[in-house]
Ligand binder design. Structure first.
Ligand code: HEM
Length: 442
């Protein structure tokens, strides 16, 4: 690593993880999160933490492509639940804008902020921009994600994955999320950014605080979040300053600094886009790595197929991405009135695109609640989105997942769920907080 580890300020080391802070707030006040009153308000995080969202979305899909929620802690919005409707909306980025924000959280007006006694804190990032700004900024990072750039990372990712797998205990219960999923994902991001290796867990810590939509509903936690994200900004600003004065290097931070498209970006946008890459590459890949183990444990016949035939790995990855759906939703804002699958959507209304539902759409995927690693159309999943904002890191995520399965296969590792499984309490990130497992051989 070219850079020296930076000293972490005290708050980084003493602040709790976002999930623990939320738990603590709920222990102190079980009513800390606002109440959801409407039947199909699927922004309520209990249905994800308890893993009982499937029949609710099924009922909604049967009733129509989109449904309006008039009252919700996240404000009024449309729930878009079918595969065809989400694809349609994402293919029309001028009519359905990303610039108002991409999670279900409402962009608050100045008056509303003053009423709530909060300061505005927004990091501009290209996922939440429309054309042409989006195009210019995406261009600063895209070269790092071409097939040839990704291929260059493979050897290092494979080596680190193999080394980690070799340290795992056999016939002893341990937490897969912390030991494997977080470690591998954070390591990959550290390689990508040439981030100081000993500090790499900060990437997970920041990403968890940045990507938690529930936290924004609790004032004290939201303020704490802003403080943590400001400190993250300061950390990256130092890395930027160190690298700005050096010749271009292959890491993503240096590439962005020296990109010809960088002159289209302010320092805030530079920072915002770094956060985007950290959050974008973090929980998502991590939760797929946990999702693999959970899904194989639930469908042992599919695990057996993988064990008998590793050539199924590429398709198995697509199927697990479909089945897991690591990001439950993205959001858009209607810029004009439009007719949408029998409903009238008014200018200024918000549309929440529930990928988690589209990936279980029975009109596209036969037996959608079943994992089938030989599924012919698994690739049609919407886990990476669709259209101009489709995930820029998709190939890198696929590489990591492929390498993990290949290295597990080489070592004839069979991973069983052997204890507690805890899911994340969130309506945006969809995944696991803890998963106790045990390894045997096949
Ligand atoms: C965009 C999912 C991994 C960086 C997105 C979107 C989704 C997504 C749903 C929005 C698409 C849309 O609005 O149509 C995922 C999943 C991943 C993953 C499920 C892993 C399994 C990564 C990685 C990185 C990354 C590894 C980079 C390190 C980004 C960026 C965008 C994005 C920068 C914004 C693209 C744009 O607006 O043009 N991702 N992602 N993602 N992702 Fe990923």
């Amino acid at each position: 690593m070219a850079t020296q580890p930076l000293e972490a300020p005290a708050q980084w080391t003493t602040a709790p993880r976002a999930v623990d802070a939320l738990d603590q707030a709920l222990r102190e006040n079980p009513q800390a999160l606002p109440h959801h009153t409407e039947k199909w308000d699927v922004s309520r995080s209990d249905i994800y933490v308890e893993d009982r969202w499937q029949p609710i979305f099924k009922e909604m899909r049967a009733a129509g492509d989109l449904h309006k929620v008039n009252e919700s802690p996240f404000g009024p919005h449309w729930n878009v639940v079918t595969h065809r409707a989400i694809q349609h909306i994402e293919a029309l980025p001028e009519l359905y804008s990303s610039a108002d924000g991409i999670t279900i959280l409402e962009a608050l007006s100045d008056e509303k902020l003053a009423e709530l006694g909060r300061e505005r804190f927004e990091l501009p990032m290209f996922i939440a921009m429309d054309r042409p700004k989006h195009t210019g900024q995406r261009r600063t990072v895209a070269p790092k994600f071409t097939p040839s750039s990704i291929a260059e990372m493979e050897a290092e990712i494979r080596q680190r994955t193999g080394e980690l797998l070799d340290t795992l205990p056999r016939n002893k219960v341990f937490d897969w999320v912390d030991t494997v999923s977080i470690e591998l994902t954070t390591g990959m991001l550290a390689i990508l950014f040439d981030f100081p290796w000993p500090d790499r867990r900060l990437l997970t810590f920041w990403s968890d605080w940045a990507g938690d939509t529930e936290i924004a509903l609790i004032r004290e936690l939201d303020i704490q979040r802003q403080g943590i994200l400001r400190e993250m900004g300061a950390y990256f600003m130092q890395l930027w300053q160190e690298r700005a004065n050096k010749p271009p290097q292959p890491d993503l931070i240096s590439m962005m600094i020296h990109s010809p498209a960088m002159n289209q970006m302010s320092p805030e946008e530079f920072m915002g886009n770094l956060v985007l890459l950290i959050v974008g590459g973090n929980d998502t890949t991590r939760n797929t790595m946990s999702g693999i183990i959970h899904a194989f444990d639930k469908f042992p016949d599919q695990r057996k197929l993988f064990e008998n035939d590793p050539s199924l790995i590429p398709n198995a990855i697509q199927e697990i991405l479909r089945y897991q759906t690591p990001l439950a939703h993205m959001r858009r804002l209607a810029t004009e009135d439009s007719e949408l699958f029998g409903q009238t959507v008014k200018k200024g209304e918000r549309l929440v695109l529930w990928y988690i539902s589209a990936n279980r759409d029975e009109t596209v995927f036969e037996n959608p609640d079943v994992l089938d690693i030989r599924r012919e159309n698994a690739r049609r999943h919407l886990s990476f989105g669709y259209g101009i904002h489709r995930c820029v890191g998709a190939r890198l995520a696929e590489l990591q997942l492929r390498v993990l399965l290949e290295e597990m296969h080489k070592r004839r590792m069979r991973v069983h769920v052997a204890g507690d499984v805890e899911r994340v309490r969130a309506n945006f990130v969809h995944g696991f907080r803890k998963m106790e497992v045990e390894i045997t051989e096949f």
